[in-house]
Write a protein that binds this ligand. Structure first.
Ligand SMILES: Cc1cc2nc3c(=O)[nH]c(=O)nc-3n(C[C@H](O)[C@H](O)[C@H](O)COP(=O)(O)O)c2cc1C
Length: 175
């Protein structure tokens, strides 16, 4: 069975709650991206918007397991100003060489998930294996649990049925 790591960033707690349920449903490992600088207050919210407008990569702390030890990584992140939240941008950019298969979940009020998928595609150089979007209110009222479980199962099955392509498989020395 393939090993899957969920990596979440959350500003107000919704993505964290979703990621916690996902790993409990699938018995995966959870890790979190944290910020070096607090985003509390109005200034913090403005900084979220500016990070999105200018595609900034704020400084983060990641002390979870090395993603290269996992067959797939599921990114869980909120949408800010119709874009991927800045701290998840920083994580993907800094860890892209360690990421094998990638799936992603966007958590949002109304819209913007396709832009986040496009950004991750550009950062890792290939489209995510699978992606899904959940609205804040679905997470708040609990109605998302079934769809989340189906998504997690689909990721696990897709990963289990696809043979891993490791650099050694196609490097000239291994031929
Ligand atoms: C600064 C900021 C910008 C946001 N921009 C969007 C947006 O463009 N589209 C959207 O659907 N939701 C937007 N939201 C709502 C969040 O994506 C949503 O509340 C999400 O559930 C927050 O996840 P979190 O609790 O894990 O931080 C924004 C929230 C913040 C704080």
């Amino acid at each position: 069975m393939s090993k899957v790591l969920a990596v979440a960033y959350s500003y107000t707690g919704t993505s964290r709650r979703l990621a916690q349920l996902l790993v409990a449903q699938q018995q995966w490992t959870l890790a979190e991206v944290r910020e070096a600088r607090s985003r509390s207050g109005v200034a913090g919210t403005w900084r979220c918007l500016l990070d999105s407008f200018f595609h900034r990569r704020p400084k983060i702390h990641y002390d979870g397991p090395n993603p290269s030890e996992f067959d797939a990584v599921v990114l869980v992140s909120p949408i800010w100003a119709y874009r991927l939240a800045g701290p998840m941008r920083s994580f993907v950019a800094s860890q892209r060489a360690s990421l094998r298969d990638v799936a992603m979940i966007s958590v949002m009020g109304e819209g913007g998930a396709p832009n986040a998928v496009a950004e991750v595609t550009q950062l890792i150089g290939r489209p995510p294996l699978m992606n899904a979007a959940f609205k804040t209110r679905e997470v708040d009222d609990g109605s998302y649990a079934g769809r989340l479980k189906a998504f997690g199962k689909a990721v696990q099955e897709a990963r289990d049925s696809s043979p891993a392509v490791r650099p050694s498989t196609w490097s000239p020395r291994a031929a």
